[in-house]
Design a protein around this ligand. Structure first.
Ligand code: AHR
Length: 496
């Protein structure tokens, strides 16, 4: 039994809906075949975009989609992907295939309109120019008869789009240019400056942030951000800073199999996933020094599991299968993001369809919702909720996995409130059942329900998701029985 306290009347920061964002790169079959099949396909589509994929993404309330990369973003030249004539290029990073640019700006913007999601566009710093990026912003967002707005109209779109989230390069410390932080910080300021706010459109510029625990990168960027406090300059050069952290079985060199793993691999994976908490905490601590009022958001725009590629597939396509273990990584990570609502304004799972820890898999005209999709559906009540303090009064049980890392707590959770409705999610990493008994303070619960995701074995690729009776209120306490290795979401209705 784990005793806890859940304060229903002490609202914390709002959990940005954008923490539940996704990422789609020109990589393998994410865009081509996964999202886009072309208007002539027999698979039902709208201007080439698969309608089954749109439906499934809308079911989880996808709030934003990041595109066109990833590493591909710093190879991508947007002018090749607009208008009737589309030059081809080589996608040398991902499978060395020829990219025909049939999915470009207009197709992406149509996709996000169908999804009712916000676009998050990653601009090219690595091999592009300031002018190129500046003109892309103008093309997308300007309303009058400027040269780029005119070009957009020639290509069939009269009204400007609204684009808020704008990435200034991707992994500029690696595939995006192998830069040093001092050099990149200057570029981020320069590119950020020329990415202008046209008309009513206001950009939220996201500078490339650290790889995992590169704290020097964060410090250098934050010390170069411009004005975040005194108001002496019109604005900061960027409003968000990114962070990338993937979960491997052991390490980048030893990613491990997606499906053939033992208990030791499971614990090492979970410990790696839990590292997200430490990373956010430590990067946030540095950000707090330069930006105590938290005007700059942390954007975890790539996260998820990364296993050895599925045998027999193109290794550059990053195709992998999923099991209950992936679902638990997703549940744990979302719980961590929710707990860090004060700083984490956005996060993007890699990648939406057919690549890495995707929420969807397509096989020709078939569509499969992965275990991770189910976690996003269960957790969607947290989007835009205010975080509620959840205190663990007892030891949740820990596992010591890696010597120099903090021990891994076995149970995690987060709670949030929207009006009279409370969403409380719990991830049980333990291979034994666990019961939580949480004192409910500050309001009366009149109804409690729950849904739970689990499977018989960690290696199972099919998970069960079902309503559960194991969530109840007894004498002002929320009692939740968690099955072994499970993700459970309870919904509580409060007395209004
Ligand atoms: O998601 C796959 C790749 O991982 C992205 O292109 C890159 O940004 C990261 O290294």
């Amino acid at each position: 039994m784990i005793n806890a306290v859940l304060n229903l009347d002490l609202p914390g920061p709002t959990i940005s809906r954008h923490q539940h964002g996704h990422f789609a790169e020109h990589l393998g079959h994410c865009i081509y075949g996964g999202i886009f099949v072309g208007a002539d396909s027999e698979i039902p589509n709208d201007r080439g975009i698969r309608l089954d994929v749109v439906r499934a993404l809308r079911e989880i309330g996808i709030p934003n989609l990041r595109w066109p990369g990833g590493c591909f973003a710093d190879d991508y030249h947007w002018r090749d992907g607009v208008g009737p004539s589309r030059p081809t290029m080589v996608n040398s990073l991902w499978g060395d295939v020829v990219e025909d640019n049939s999915f470009g700006t207009h197709e992406f913007m149509h996709l996000v309109e169908l999804l009712d999601a916000e676009p998050y566009i990653s601009g090219n710093v690595g091999s592009g120019t300031v002018q190129e990026m500046s003109q892309w912003v103008e093309y997308l967002t300007r309303g009058d008869d400027s040269p780029m707005a005119r070009l957009r109209r020639e290509h069939g779109r009269d009204e400007p789009w609204r684009v808020r989230f704008w990435g200034i390069g991707n992994e500029s410390w690696g595939c995006g240019g192998e830069m040093r932080p001092e050099y990149y910080a200057d570029l981020a300021r320069r590119y950020g400056l020329y990415c202008r706010d046209h008309g009513e459109n206001r950009l939220y510029r996201i500078a490339c942030g650290a790889n995992v625990d590169d704290y020097r990168w964060t410090q250098t960027l934050m010390s170069n951000i411009g004005d975040v406090g005194c108001g002496c300059h019109p604005r900061n050069h960027f409003q968000g800073l990114s962070l990338h952290h993937y979960t491997f079985g052991k390490s980048w060199e030893e990613k491990g199999s997606a499906t053939a793993f033992g208990e030791e691999d499971y614990w090492s994976t979970m410990s790696n996933a839990f590292r997200m908490d430490e990373l956010i905490t430590r990067h946030s601590t540095i950000m707090d020094v330069y930006d105590p009022s938290r005007r700059v958001g942390l954007v975890v725009d790539e996260w998820g599991t990364w296993w050895e590629p599925e045998p027999g597939t193109n290794p550059g396509f990053l195709i992998q299968r999923q099991t209950l273990r992936d679902a638990l990584v997703a549940g744990l990570t979302l719980d961590i993001f929710h707990q860090h609502a004060g700083r984490v304004v956005m996060a993007n799972l890699a990648q939406t369809v057919n690549v890495l820890q995707s929420v969807l898999v397509t096989r020709d005209d078939e569509l499969i919702r992965t275990p991770t999709w189910h976690v996003f559906r269960l957790a969607r009540g947290h989007m835009d909720g205010v975080l509620l303090p959840l205190h663990w009064r007892d030891d949740r049980g820990v596992r010591h996995v890696v010597d120099d890392r903090p021990p891994l707590p076995l149970v995690h959770g987060a709670a949030s409130r929207k009006g009279d409705e409370v969403t409380a999610s719990f991830t049980n990493l333990d291979l034994e059942p666990r019961t939580i008994r949480a004192d409910l303070r500050g309001a009366r619960v009149v109804e409690a329900a729950g849904e739970v995701l689990s499977a018989d074995r960690l290696q199972d690729e099919i998970v069960t998701v079902a309503p559960t009776e194991q969530v109840r209120v007894e004498q002002s306490q929320l009692v939740v029985d968690l099955p072994p290795a499970s993700f459970l979401v309870s919904t509580l209705r409060l007395d209004s």
